[in-house]
Design a binder for this molecule. Structure first.
Ligand code: NAD
Length: 364
């Protein structure tokens, strides 16, 4: 059999249910190595609260350098009540911010797909969400979460003021717009760009730069601009009008959570964070460490497994393998297997590892 070159994958399971769900991905990677002669090289290390317990830091330099050298990072989740009172710089979440910032992962991709088998899990009417397939592209390293000046400062009369700065440069807008247009090329060729150009100068620049990228490089893509508040409304009213949505860090944070909920369960939602040239992508489920069910075998591993499918597609150039994995997930849902978070009448409840095994059994 012909062997292809080694692809380095770093697994960072993290806290709570993180290790349980990432373990299912590990089994899938091992299946690909064994059955498809894909030479994935897996490394595994600590991040988040478990790293703090051992090293007094949420991520060590050593792990950070391993991340830099990997083609794809699969992260479970970080955090939990045990670490909630730590000072800001030691909190588990700081590890995520450091990875995103230092690896320059500027584009966050969050698909919102409503599986036909799970249409009843959505809080919206089936006809509104059935067949939904949206991709939200959120700018991840700029805007108000990083802008300077920032802080809380004393002012007159013993009062204080909180300051954050919403700032974008042309280049930051152009590079994330290109990610959205490239994705749309492979989908339905429609991009909706969301801003608040009616009240923010940074929003006016956002709109102008996105339009310029479309006019100069993507004439075949249908681009529309929408105010972010209207987009929030349209996502509930008529979500299937969207194909790819591109927006800034702040609005993307909110709109992607809203779109996610159209699909029903947190346990099904993958995400990808990409940098320049799609290298060093970080892939993680949207959900957190779910301390309430950690260790019970109840966690749904599908979000993390679909995150790995995104890694196959966007960082490892293995589209066929990604499709194979996505179809395996569909087949298991067709068979009526469900973890407790998506269980409904007449379906069979399975544990985290049984769900992983069932998906592996459907791989071709
Ligand atoms: P959460 O996503 O961990 O859990 C919310 C609810 O959804 C819980 O009832 C949980 O049991 C359920 N749930 C989540 N994932 C599930 C899965 N795969 N299968 C079945 N049920 C699932 O959010 P939270 O409770 O607000 O946060 C818990 C901890 O996770 C906090 O410390 C928070 O800071 C952290 N967190 C981390 C990330 C991350 O690592 N990216 C994201 C969000 C929250």
């Amino acid at each position: 059999m012909i062997k292809i070159k080694k692809r380095k994958i770093l697994l960072l399971p993290g806290d709570g249910i993180g290790p349980e769900v990432v373990n299912e991905v590990k089994k899938i990677i091992e299946w690909f190595n064994k059955k498809k002669s894909l030479d994935f090289e897996i490394e595994e290390d600590l991040v988040g609260g478990v790293s703090y317990e051992k090293h007094k830091k949420p991520i060590t330099d050593e792990v950070f350098y391993k991340a830099l050298e990997s083609e794809a990072i699969i992260l479970g989740a970080v955090g939990g009540p045990k670490w909630d009172t730590l000072e800001f710089s030691k909190r588990p979440e700081r590890a995520l911010l450091k990875l995103r910032k230092e690896l320059k992962l500027f584009a966050n991709l969050r698909p919102a797909i409503c599986f036909k088998q799970l249409v009843d899990a959505s809080s919206l009417k089936p006809e509104i969400v059935s067949g939904l397939d949206i991709m939200i592209v959120r700018e991840l390293t700029g805007g108000i979460y990083f802008g300077e000046p920032r802080g809380i400062k004393p002012i007159e009369n013993g009062e204080r003021k909180g300051i954050n700065t919403h700032v974008y440069s042309s280049n930051e807008i152009i590079r994330v717009a290109k990610v959205a247009f490239e994705l749309a090329q492979k989908r339905n060729k429609k991009v909706t760009s969301c801003d608040k150009s009616n009240v923010m100068e940074a929003g006016i620049l956002w709109r102008e730069e996105v339009q310029k990228v479309k006019d100069e490089e993507y004439p075949n893509i249908e681009l529309s601009h929408m105010l972010a508040d209207n987009c929030a409304m349209q996502l509930l009213r008529k979500p299937k009008q969207f194909d790819v949505i591109v927006t800034d860090n702040l609005f993307g944070d909110i709109l992607s959570d809203e779109a996610a909920m159209l699909t029903g369960s947190l346990g099904l939602l993958p995400s990808a964070s990409l940098g320049a040239k799609d290298k060093n992508g970080m892939y993680e489920p949207v959900h957190g460490s779910a301390p309430d069910i950690a260790g019970t075998g109840k966690a749904n591993p599908i979000a993390t497994i679909l995150s790995f499918a995104m890694a196959l597609k966007y960082s490892l150039d293995l589209d066929k393998e990604a499709d194979n994995l996505e179809q395996a997930v569909q087949k298991v849902l067709d068979d009526g297997l469900r973890t407790q978070d998506i269980l409904s009448k007449g379906k069979k409840e399975v544990s985290t590892s049984q769900m992983g095994d069932a998906i592996i059994s459907k791989l071709k």
